[in-house]
Ligand binder design. Sequence first.
Ligand code: B12
Length: 212
Amino acid sequence: MSIDDIRKAVLEYDEETVPELVQAEVDAGTEVHEILNRGLVSALDEIGEKFSAGTLFVPEMLMAAEAVQAGLDILRPLLADTGIKPIGTVILGTVKGDLHDIGKNLVGMLLEGAGFRLIDLGTDVDAEDFISAAQENDADIIAMSGLLTTSMSEMERAVTAVRHANTGRNVNVRVMVGGPPVTQDFADRIGADAYGMDAPGAVERARGFVAS
Ligand code: B12
């Protein structure tokens, strides 16, 4: 049994076996980030490549995502064990028009693990919903995820709306953005306060905001 078996089980869409294999690796003392990156995420990358090549389609992509989610359920308590006083509040969501949530969920788990109070609005989140959740919860940070090139204009719109709310409606929140099509340049161009390349990067940037 190895981490590669986890990757293979995801590629076989085996939602039953993936959590068992993940649990076995956890019990064997394998580092959680190894299981995550070399087992679960690398399988999704391969699925994405096959989708691009036209050798598999949306239903298979969905089955692979479900197998990964089942594995993540095992890792969640290890990534997000809290119990400490929150160091800040983050509103998290995937932007409007975009239904991808695995990366967002990982970002959320690590933020919780780092001691942030997390309010996860899910996927397909409208700009105004980000803003009102930030207002209602007196949040420090709004974190937006987007995976589709076509959601980038929506991300820009949402970031602009938050900046207007900061000045016009007395909301005092920073915006952090991420997802594969997002780059530091793009984040700068749309006026986001921060860009994070991955979930640990999101934690690093969020910590920077509450420390300053
Ligand atoms: C699984 C998947 C799906 C699943 C999603 C299930 C779910 N619950 O999420 C389903 C089947 C629903 C799906 C649907 C579609 N998908 Co899809 N999908 C994928 C796939 C294979 C994996 C995505 C994933 O979860 N990656 C793993 C996670 C861990 O990585 P991540 O999201 O990048 O997140 C990390 C970082 O980016 C970062 N991060 C993420 N968010 C944030 C936020 C912040 C604030 C920060 C700081 C960091 C950060 O941290 C994360 C962890 O380190 C990708 C291919 C790929 N390799 O990415 C295609 C992919 C994203 N999909 C694609 C497409 C085209 C679609 C569809 C349009 C297909 C269709 N014709 O219907 C639909 C769109 C539906 C919609 N409206 O959203 C394309 C996008 C192309 C593009 N550039 O626009 C991709 C790239 C596939 C491809 N190669 O063509 N998809």
